[in-house]
Unconditional design. Structure first.
Length: 191
């Protein structure tokens, strides 16, 4: 199991997305499947300024995955960045809120000065799987001042096809990271 999507056929090792694409991340997990009431809660967190919900989501992540974070040997938690224009419009980065709180709860370092979104992209929710991958090409960069560590954890809100996390992981691996793992609040269905 790589991304953690639920599978209808338990004899399959990977979901369709993981089966059909080269993965830049080693493994990942999500708290919940992206269906109601979770999908509504994530939407309100992101778009209705429910910033304090990020601490609740991070606390759930810590409760369920703190031991997994230790087993993975995570040295740094890195949030998926927003483009500066989107961050200004929204007023915050939901992934950063979750990452900082998760780092605090697990005693891990959170780095917001490593991964940057250097190209403005269309919102992924409006695109199909193929368009998502193309939309993110060249979207991320890694700071030249960062000394890559062995194992990092990417934190994000939703895993749908893995395009965002995959592109971010690709850039981190090219910068010298050995293993990139991820945690998200919710994940799409792999069935």
């Amino acid at each position: 199991m790589r991304c953690g999507k639920p599978l209808a056929d338990e004899t399959r090792e990977y979901c369709r997305d993981c089966e059909n694409h080269t993965s830049w991340f080693t493994q990942g997990r999500s708290l919940w499947v992206h269906t109601e009431p979770v999908s509504g809660a994530v939407y309100r967190f992101k778009y209705k300024n429910k910033r304090n919900w990020g601490r609740i989501f991070a606390a759930e992540m810590a409760e369920h995955y703190a031991e997994q974070i230790r087993r993975w040997g995570i040295e740094e938690i890195i949030p998926i960045p927003l483009h500066a224009s989107r961050r200004r419009k929204r007023g915050f980065n939901q992934s950063e809120i979750v990452a900082k709180e998760l780092a605090r709860l697990t005693g891990t370092v959170c780095r917001t000065d490593v991964l940057f979104r250097i190209r403005k992209t269309l919102p992924q929710k409006k695109l199909d799987a193929r368009e998502r991958a193309g939309n993110l090409k060249g979207a991320f960069a890694v700071s030249k001042n960062w000394k890559a560590c062995g194992n990092v954890l990417l934190a994000d809100d939703i895993y749908t096809t893995g395009a965002t996390l995959g592109q971010a992981a690709k850039m981190l691996k090219k910068a010298g990271v050995q293993n990139v793992y991820f945690l998200t609040i919710s994940i799409g269905q792999g069935i």
